[in-house]
Design a protein around this ligand. Structure first.
Ligand code: 4NP
Length: 163
């Protein structure tokens, strides 16, 4: 019998500090991937364009949002590296600042670079607002959850995945 070999798709979520938005997006997205039984085919990570919080766990507001949905998530903040553009197939920015910072870093990479809210066009919002300054983690969750569902559908279709 021949074993079916699946390709692995690598997805990186990026914000500024890698303690609020991108860890939330990674946790929510990975949960959806597990529910779709695609965790053998889609691998995730998150990172920040800035280095202020490197090594720190996610913000308590992000951890609460995830915990309240029974999503287990452990991460230590790290900064985006140039090598990430070689390893990841999809790099997903939380806002326009992250997007343009990543665009400057990407050079010849074929990694697909998107803003997360492209995948929830009905929301009419293009940037995930930063809850670090507002404390509005639940509002961020609603945006992130809708867009992560759209992103997963997009990747399933583009990559021809099935569980
Ligand atoms: P994040 O939020 O980019 O969603 O992780 C921030 C966290 C920390 C800072 C800015 C944004 N900061 O300036 O320390």
């Amino acid at each position: 019998m021949t074993a079916v070999r699946h390709k692995t798709i690598h997805v990186l979520f990026v914000c500024l500090g890698n303690i609020c938005r991108s860890p939330m997006a990674e946790g929510v997205f990975r949960h959806l991937v597990e529910q779709a039984q695609l965790n053998g085919q889609i691998k995730t990570d998150s990172a920040g364009t800035g280095a202020w919080h490197v090594g720190e766990p996610p913000h308590s507001g992000t951890l609460k949002v995830l915990h309240d949905r029974s999503i287990n998530y452990i991460h230590h903040s790290r900064q985006v590296q140039r090598d990430d553009f070689l390893h990841f197939d999809y790099i997903i920015a939380m806002d326009s600042d992250n997007f343009y910072d990543l665009k400057r870093m990407r050079q010849g990479s074929s990694a697909k670079l998107h803003k997360l809210l492209e995948f929830a066009p009905n929301l009419g919002v293009s940037d995930v607002p930063d809850p670090y300054y507002t404390g509005r983690f639940e509002e961020v969750y609603r945006l992130v959850d809708a867009a992560c569902r759209g992103l997963l559908n997009h990747i399933i279709q583009k990559e021809g995945l099935s569980s």
